[in-house]
Write a protein of this length. Structure first.
Length: 313
C-alpha cells in the first residue's frame, strides 16, 4: 500500500462516528394502508399484519424513514465530505453491497418515528473484482419517542474501477453428435432440416429419433430460408462484453428481438430477428434467412438469423 493510500485511509477514518444525518422524522406515522400495500407486493399473508392488533412487518423498518423524492431536511455535510474525498482519490464508482437490520420491538399503526444516522465505519483499502476502494457503513437508529425500536446498517463500496479486461470471446453453440450435422451445414451457409426416412416427417431441432414414428434413420433437406414470425420476445439485460462492440443489429447491447420462426417447410426454430428496431417486430412478419459471420480471438463463427422483408440493409 502506498503512502498516498495510507494517508487517504487515515483521513477517511476521521469520519467514523460523525453524523451523516441529524434527527429526522418519518413523513407519515406507521399506518395500515402502507402495511397492506407492502404485504400485497410481497405476497405476505401473515395475520399479524392485519386486524385491530396489527403490527408492521419488521422488514419495513427503513420504509418509515424514507423522505420521498424531496428527501429529508437535516442531512449532515460529513457524509458528502467523505464521498468527495473518495472521488478526488479516483474512487468515483459506487455499489451498494449489503444491509443489516436489528428489530428491538414491533412498530404499530400510530407510532411516530424519528431517526438519526452516523458513519459507523470506513474499512481499510480493499481490492475486489470491481476495483479498489473502501467499504463505508452507516448506521441509522430508529426511535419511537425515547425508545430505540430498531437499527438499520447500510454498506457501500466506493471504488476506482478495475481496468477493463480484453473483450470476451463470443459464446459458442454446444455441438454434440446429434446436432453436429446442422452446424456443419450452417458453416456452409445451408440451413438443414432433418427428415425421417420412414415417414418423411421433418423435425427441428435435430433429434436422434423421429418423434412421429420413432424411426432412427433420417436424411436432410435444405430449407428455403423463407418464414414468418410465429412468436417473439424482447430481451432486456445488462450489456455482455462479448456483444457490446458488434456491428450487427442482432447483437446490440439490448433490447433486441428473439423470434420463434415458422419456416415455409413447417418446422419452427429460434433465432434473432434483424433488419427493423426491436419494437417493430410483430407476429406474422415475413422474414428471410441470412447468415452472419463473426470474428474474435477464438476464430470465426457463422450463425443463422432472420431479416424482416424490407428491413434495413
Amino acid at each position: 500500500m502506498s503512502e498516498v493510500t495510507d494517508e487517504l485511509g487515515a483521513r477517511l477514518k476521521v469520519y467514523e462516528g460523525r453524523a451523516s444525518a441529524v434527527v429526522g422524522a418519518g413523513r407519515d406515522p406507521v399506518n395500515g394502508p402502507m402495511i397492506r400495500h407492502w404485504c400485497e407486493a410481497l405476497g405476505d399473508t401473515n395475520p399479524a399484519y392485519s386486524g385491530p392488533d396489527a403490527i408492521a412487518p419488521p422488514t419495513m423498518l427503513q420504509a418509515w424513514t424514507m423522505g420521498g423524492l424531496s428527501g429529508h431536511a437535516g442531512r449532515s455535510p460529513a457524509y458528502d465530505e467523505l464521498l468527495a474525498l473518495l472521488d478526488e482519490a479516483g474512487c468515483t464508482s459506487v455499489v451498494a453491497t449489503d444491509c443489516e437490520q436489528e428489530y428491538l420491538r414491533p412498530l404499530r399503526p400510530g407510532d411516530e418515528i424519528t431517526f438519526d444516522s452516523v458513519i459507523e465505519s470506513v474499512s481499510d483499502r480493499k481490492t475486489t473484482k470491481l476495483g479498489t476502494g473502501y467499504f463505508v457503513t452507516t448506521r441509522m437508529d430508529v426511535r419511537v419517542g425515547p425508545d430505540l425500536v430498531g437499527t438499520h446498517r447500510f454498506r457501500i463500496l466506493k471504488y476506482a474501477p478495475a481496468r477493463k479486461k480484453p473483450k470476451a470471446p463470443r459464446p459458442r453453440p454446444v455441438i454434440n453428435r446429434d446436432n453436429a450435422g446442422f452446424w456443419e451445414g450452417v458453416e456452409r451457409q445451408q440451413l438443414l432440416v432433418q427428415r425421417c426416412t420412414g415417414c418423411a416427417t421433418l423435425r427441428f431441432p435435430w433429434l436422434p429419433g423421429c418423434n412421429a414414428c420413432g424411426g432412427l434413420d433420417w436424411d436432410t433437406v435444405e430449407a428455403s430460408g423463407e418464414g414468418t414470425v410465429y412468436s417473439y420476445v424482447v430481451m432486456h439485460h445488462p450489456p455482455f462484453a462479448a456483444f457490446t462492440e458488434s456491428d450487427h443489429a442482432a447483437d446490440a447491447a439490448g433490447p433486441y428481438a428473439v423470434g420463434l420462426i415458422e419456416l415455409a417447410e413447417g418446422v419452427r426454430m429460434i433465432s434473432n430477428v434483424v433488419g427493423v428496431p426491436y419494437d417493430k417486430v410483430r407476429i406474422g412478419l415475413p422474414v428471410r434467412l441470412e447468415f452472419q459471420r463473426y470474428e474474435d480471438a477464438d476464430g470465426a463463427l457463422v450463425l443463422p438469423v432472420f431479416r424482416v422483408h424490407g428491413g434495413e440493409a
